[in-house]
Design a protein around this ligand. Structure first.
Ligand SMILES: [Cu+2]
Length: 102
């Protein structure tokens, strides 16, 4: 009986590293997943391809509302945007891949 319990524990111990690795892969995959967000433009800098946004809370990332700068995937994304615009945008690895007013 005792031997059976020990072998079960040994099997669990052996299985743990595999499970932990799967979880690590899952966590690592999250930052590159596309996340939708909203906010208000505070500034646009075409020279550095960045836009500063006072974004609303982003539940998918566990972020509270804050003002921060984001890189945009393409300079063309900044066209027509100015401070004060309310925007909806997509984030991938903390870079804006799509953005529109509204
Ligand atoms: Cu932020």
């Amino acid at each position: 009986m005792k031997a059976a319990v020990l072998s079960t524990l040994a099997a669990m111990a052996l299985a743990t590293p595999v499970a932990a690795q799967d979880h690590a892969n899952h966590v690592a995959a999250q930052p590159v997943a596309k996340v939708k967000a909203t906010g208000v433009v505070k500034g646009v800098d075409a020279k550095t391809n960045t836009i500063t946004v006072a974004h609303d809370p982003i539940a998918a990332l566990g972020w509270p509302a804050m003002t921060m700068s984001f890189k945009v995937a393409s300079p063309s994304l900044l066209k027509g945007l100015k401070a004060g615009d309310r925007v909806r945008f997509d984030l991938r690895a903390q870079q804006i891949t799509a953005i529109r007013r509204g």
